[in-house]
Design a protein around this ligand. Structure first.
Ligand code: UD1
Length: 417
């Protein structure tokens, strides 16, 4: 257990450099299993989830080295075919090795992830898509085992534009026989980044970033080097924090175009936004304006930024309604925020937020990565001391969080226990 102690209120001020995207890195690492040779990933964030994925790859037999922000993965030798429950239960994204292992080995056995703090998270769309490509699955003892002597291209229409399922099928399609088409594909920038890497490794992927992705199967992938795109969720967290604390923050090394709606919503809340090619400045001087907001798949408002946005709106000059459409249990942290003086009422997948003039510091518990970051933000806004107790969730997703926040003027310390 770790405890972040935050003294507030503090307006965040200064520049912050944004790290490579966690959600892209984890899938790029999984994709490296398909390459019989060395893959070099640059701008990789040093966060717990990446270390866990290193462990997954090593257990599967890949050689991995991590220096600075450069990760080298060598899966020249055929990987093992199993991701154990011990690993998948620590990090759900480990299931993303399923597609690459099936593609490379023709078989894979992966523990079923189960739900987590943000809701039930089935993998039926991944499995159904792979079945259309010729894989057969059986499940026993909490594991799903797949066989596919050689995956065959198919047209897959996703019921919902799932990020993970799109990535699984994208990876599986690269070395399948013939053409794979994914319709109603997720359009997240991380998917485009994955497709770009696969193309750099010899794949033939078209349309990533749109809702129809076409993949012409190739015989094999070859070694490649790739620079991970900036983390738009980390960037959005600092942007919202700047606006919520009446601060003035410039995000460096970002792609403003990947966070368009977030910036638009911060503008609607009253913040002044100045975009450059690779930086954005967010300035705010007063309490935010209330608004209604819904989370949706990209380019909609990201569910991962719903918790910090809730903290911002909890101090708005009037009532707001926030609707969560992606994960069913993403309001679990609301009771914690209310302990800090917020007035939020949850009704199904809507949160009704009555803006209050000020939050007050309190001891709270972080239920997951994003809600944890949001509670830290609450601490930056609140008067007095906030203690955020955390079982290691926050550092799963934010590189150098303490250093970056201190660089922006936050008064924050971390203690173990
Ligand atoms: C990824 C991100 C996560 C982000 C989410 C949505 C990573 C490591 N995680 O998660 O941070 O919040 O995208 O932007 O990249 N679903 C099914 N069946 C499936 C797959 C998904 O019903 O087979 C449902 C899920 O339960 C959820 C919704 O679809 O309600 C969205 O899930 P999905 O887009 O797949 O998110 P993840 O890839 O798990």
């Amino acid at each position: 257990m770790k405890t972040y102690v935050v003294e507030g209120p503090t307006p965040l001020k200064g520049d912050v450099s944004i790290s490579g995207a966690k959600n892209a890195t984890l899938k790029l690492m999984a994709a490296a299993l398909m390459v019989p040779g060395e893959v070099i990933l640059e701008r990789v964030p040093r966060i717990t989830d990446v270390y866990l994925m290193v462990e997954v790859l090593e257990r599967l037999g890949a050689e991995v080295s991590f220096e600075g922000s450069t990760l080298r993965i060598d899966a020249t030798n055929e990987p093992a075919d199993e991701a154990t429950y011990e690993l998948v239960s620590k990090m759900r994204a480990s299931i993303q090795v399923l597609g690459p292992l099936l593609a490379r080995l023709g078989r894979a056995r992966v523990a079923m992830p189960g739900g987590d703090a943000i809701g039930s998270r089935p993998i039926d769309l991944h499995l159904r898509g792979l079945e259309r490509m010729g894989a057969e699955f059986s499940s026993e003892h909490g594991y799903v085992a797949g066989v596919a002597p050689r995956l065959t291209g198919a047209r897959v229409l996703l019921e919902f534009p799932s990020v993970g399922a799109t990535e699984t099928l994208l990876m599986a399609g690269t070395t399948a026989i013939g053409t794979t088409t994914i319709d109603n594909a997720a359009r997240e920038p991380e998917i485009k980044d994955l497709a770009q890497f696969l193309n750099e490794a010899g794949a033939r992927v078209l349309g990533a970033g749109t809702s129809t992705i076409t993949i012409e199967g190739v015989d094999r992938l070859h070694p490649a080097r790739h620079v991970v795109l900036p983390d738009r969720i980390e960037a959005g967290t600092y942007a919202i924090s700047a606006a919520a604390t009446c601060g003035d923050v410039t995000l460096r090394d970002v792609r403003p175009g990947d966070m368009e709606l977030v910036l638009q919503k911060l503008h609607d809340a009253g913040a002044e936004i100045t975009r450059e090619e690779e930086s954005v400045r967010i300035r705010s001087t007063g309490r935010p304006q209330p608004m209604d907001l819904v989370t949706l798949p990209y380019p909609g408002f990201p569910t991962d930024l719903q918790p910090p946005m809730m903290v911002l709106l909890s101090q708005a000059t009037g009532p707001s309604i926030l609707t969560e459409n992606v994960f069913e249990a993403r309001f679990l942290f609301v009771d914690e925020l209310n302990r800090m003086g917020a007035q939020v009422r949850v009704e199904g997948h809507h949160a009704v937020i009555k803006g209050v003039e000020r939050l007050t510091g309190a001891p709270v518990r972080a239920p997951d990565i994003r809600a944890g970051a949001a509670l830290l933000l609450g601490g930056l806004c609140a008067h007095g001391e906030t203690r955020v107790h955390d079982e290691g969730h926050i550092e799963r997703g934010y590189e150098d969080l303490l250093l970056k926040l201190e660089g922006l003027g936050a008064v924050i310390t971390l203690s173990e226990g």
